[in-house]
Ligand binder design. Structure first.
Ligand code: SAH
Ligand code: SF4
Ligand code: F3S
Length: 479
């Protein structure tokens, strides 16, 4: 077995620390001639699990690999460098990654030169690195979410030293600007505004895997957005684990509402943002949303639970009443807004009554969609240490009850859309049927309709003719 160089190993205690030592670094790595000679014209494959933050990281990594002449491929069997970009938010996300690593064993046997790299949130956990090093000798390089800017350097080290390599630093994190980017989509783009999270909800691993909450300078954000507008992008989504905290650490007085307004003024046809934290969401954001027609009237506002006891134990910093008051204030100024949410069922010792409250509050909030999860204990988080008295089967039963109740509401909203005309940003051919196009409405509803592929990337008007639970069918309105 090859020897392993341990440059940095992750450490949850270090990851938990919050010392204010964030630096902004402008990327300027110059790859060696040997690296370029070795990889130029070769194929790079990246598979991403998890959230939009990971998707945006994939775009940076592909940008870096293309900068040494590599060619992007969607076919892992063609790959000379393959990266699995992992997610640690729930156990089933990790199980999928282990399955995928297993599949690479054969590919690696066929192509001895294939370099297999593992990155993302999962490798921020020491036990995962140890387990993977032992069980999967065909994984060559591990690098963390704070080590992405070192990708080319790591590749260089790996080929020169011919050792397995682990470089996963646990610290608050820095901000790296001006890294190359290869966008996955030609019309829709993600733009990071903050990295990391300081909320430490008791169930969540993200603050440990992504570091301290840190905001990019407004000028760097606006520069990235201006390029997207100039390149003809139609939609920008501003990204942060908690966008409402934008600017707090910069201490220059710039707020999320101001940033949102500045981006809206650049004239991108569609502007969205993710994710909002209820008690940090300020009313000035509602005013900016109401003022600019290009800010989509859609808001993802995770509630997690409708029970105040569970919310308190989750470390969420609001009550269900405060949440619903916020929803009322939003609806008062933006009556046509669509709300979506995240809900966790089965937090340790949650009662059936708690879940009933979640259903009740969800129906009052009147969501048009929701992401629902069964609680998954994450090693090292406070909730994982709690003794839980609820069996998994009971949690699944309650989960199904919640989902059925929510679906009735979603269907009601979808049915109300039938007969009306909506603007849809055309993504491409529909995945269900190649004869159809598909895209999303302002309120993030998926619509399938007949149309010419020349419409891809345009915003068109579609009249809704049928509603289904997870999508709508419509017909193009020719103007
Ligand atoms: N920053 C965002 C998203 C974080 S992760 C937010 O605060 O909402 C996305 C979602 O995964 C969370 O909203 C939560 O609903 C879910 N989640 C996080 N940790 C989880 C866990 N341990 N078990 C189950 N679901 C979890
Ligand atoms: Fe996780 Fe809570 Fe931070 Fe969201 S706000 S990323 S749920 S700790
Ligand atoms: Fe997963 Fe990391 Fe995102 S844990 S949800 S990929 S921040």
């Amino acid at each position: 077995m090859k020897k392993t160089i341990f440059e940095n190993m992750p450490d949850m205690d270090k990851a938990r620390k919050r010392v204010d030592s964030i630096k902004t670094i402008y990327y300027d790595y110059k790859p060696s001639k040997e690296l370029i000679d070795r990889f130029s014209g070769k194929y790079a494959y990246i598979h991403t699990h998890g959230c939009q933050a990971n998707v945006r990281d994939e775009e940076t990594m592909m940008g870096l690999l293309e900068s040494i002449g590599m060619i992007k491929t969607d076919d892992p069997s063609k790959a000379d460098v393959a990266i699995i970009n992992t997610c640690a938010v729930r156990e089933n996300a990790e199980d999928k990654v282990f399955g995928e690593i297993g599949e690479f064993k054969n590919l690696k046997a066929k192509n001895k030169n294939l370099v297999l790299m593992l990155c993302g949130c999962m490798v921020e956990q020491k036990h995962i690195i140890e387990q993977t090093l032992e069980r999967y000798p065909h994984v060559d390089v591990f690098f963390g979410t704070h080590n992405i800017q070192d990708l080319l350097k790591l590749l260089d080290e790996y080929i020169t030293k011919k050792s397995r390599y682990v470089d996963v630093s646990s610290f608050e994190g820095n901000i790296i600007e001006k890294m190359p980017v290869t966008r996955i989509d030609n019309y829709k783009a993600f733009v990071n505004i903050t990295y990391g999270c300081d909320k430490f909800c008791t169930y969540c691993i993200v603050p440990y895997t992504r570091g301290k909450e840190r905001s990019r300078d407004i000028n760097d954000i606006l520069d990235e957005c201006k390029i997207l507008v100039d390149e003809g992008f139609k939609e920008i989504t501003l990204l942060g684990q908690n966008v409402d905290s934008y600017g707090k650490d910069l201490k220059n007085g710039v707020t999320f509402a101001q940033l949102l307004e500045e981006v809206a003024k650049l004239g991108i046809p569609r502007l969205r943002f993710l994710t909002s934290y209820p008690s940090d969401f300020k009313d000035d954001v509602i005013d900016v949303m109401a003022k600019y027609p290009n800010i989509m009237k859609y808001l993802h506002l995770p509630i997690q639970s409708g029970s105040d006891d569970v919310l308190r134990r989750m470390g969420r910093r609001y009550t269900s009443e405060e949440y619903l008051n916020l929803v009322s204030r939003i609806r008062a100024k933006i009556p046509n807004i669509a709300l979506s949410t995240d809900i966790i069922v089965g937090f340790p010792n949650e009662t059936y009554e708690d879940v009933k409250k979640t259903i009740e509050v969800s129906l009052k909030a009147d969501y048009t969609s929701a992401y629902t999860f069964i609680y998954s204990p994450r090693k090292g988080t406070p909730a994982a240490r709690l003794v839980d008295n609820v069996p998994y089967e009971e949690k699944s039963k309650r989960f199904r009850e919640l989902v059925s109740a929510l679906e009735v509401n979603f269907e009601k909203h979808s049915k109300e859309m039938v007969g009306n005309v909506y603007e849809v940003l055309v993504d491409g051919e529909s995945k269900k049927n190649k004869e159809l196009l598909s895209g999303y409405t302002e309120t993030n509803k998926l619509v399938h309709f007949k149309g010419d592929s020349s419409l891809v990337g345009q915003i068109v008007k579609v009249k809704i003719t049928e509603s289904h639970l997870h999508f709508l069918v419509g017909e193009l309105i020719n103007e």
